[in-house]
Design a binder for this molecule. Structure first.
Ligand code: COA
Length: 185
């Protein structure tokens, strides 16, 4: 049985392996990846799908501005283990993510993806006509409103607005200098 639940810190290594498997190294160079870079995902909006303890799917949502001062969420990456596709896991994850986002009061969700797949959840390019995401094909920039009108008149760049990740403490790579003090005779 597939279970969908909120991601926990202990899930990070399995999530990263799954994303590498699904997208390869390209995952870090996608236009949407640049918006997520060095940001924390939106609180309570990262989910995993599990079966018998094994992670089979992942999705996260991120805070963005859809044009100036227009808060929204960005969905992605969505990935399902290659050996477990077409079982409805991706759909479960997207639907769960949208339901939780609406419950938490968010107005709209954007993503970069295939309209043929995401159309079934209500995503389309209709509400993103005035929006652009640097490097992304405009036809793949899709949105769904959770509150009707949340993206009305939205225009401009989609930019990151989430909390920044804390930088890792820099490692000390140089040897500490030791001052040799001549011994007293
Ligand atoms: C896209 C993805 C998350 C779908 O997960 P999934 O668990 O197989 O999806 P579901 O079982 O809910 O839905 C399967 C349906 O989506 C369709 N589908 C899957 N990927 C699709 C795509 N890129 N474009 C159009 N349709 C797609 C399947 O053909 C199937 O159609 P059907 O319902 O008519 O049979 C998964 O294929 C994946 O991880 N792909 C690699 C990463 C990726 O490309 N993610 C972003 C997609 S834009």
């Amino acid at each position: 049985m597939i279970t969908v639940r909120t991601e926990r810190p202990v899930d990070t290594p399995a999530r990263e392996s799954l994303l590498n498997l699904a997208y390869g190294a390209e995952r870090h160079t996608k236009p949407s990846a640049r918006v997520r870079k060095a940001r924390k995902p939106a609180g309570g909006l990262s989910f995993v799908a599990l079966e018998r303890g094994k992670m089979l799917g992942t999705v996260r949502l991120w805070h963005v501005n859809a044009g100036r001062r227009r808060p929204a969420l960005l969905l992605g990456p969505l990935a399902v283990h290659p050996e477990h596709r077409n079982r409805g896991i991706g759909s479960r994850l997207v639907q769960h993510a949208l339901t939780e986002a609406a419950r938490l009061g968010h107005g709209a969700v954007l993503l970069v993806g295939d309209a043929v797949y995401y159309g079934r959840f209500g995503f389309s390019a209709e509400k993103t006509q005035g929006l652009r995401l640097s490097g992304a094909d405009p036809a793949r920039v899709l949105a769904v409103e959770l509150n009707a009108g949340a993206l009305a008149g939205a225009h401009g760049a989609i930019t990151a607005s989430g909390e920044r990740e804390r930088a890792l403490p820099s490692l000390r790579l140089t040897k500490p200098r030791v001052r040799l003090v001549p011994r007293a005779a």
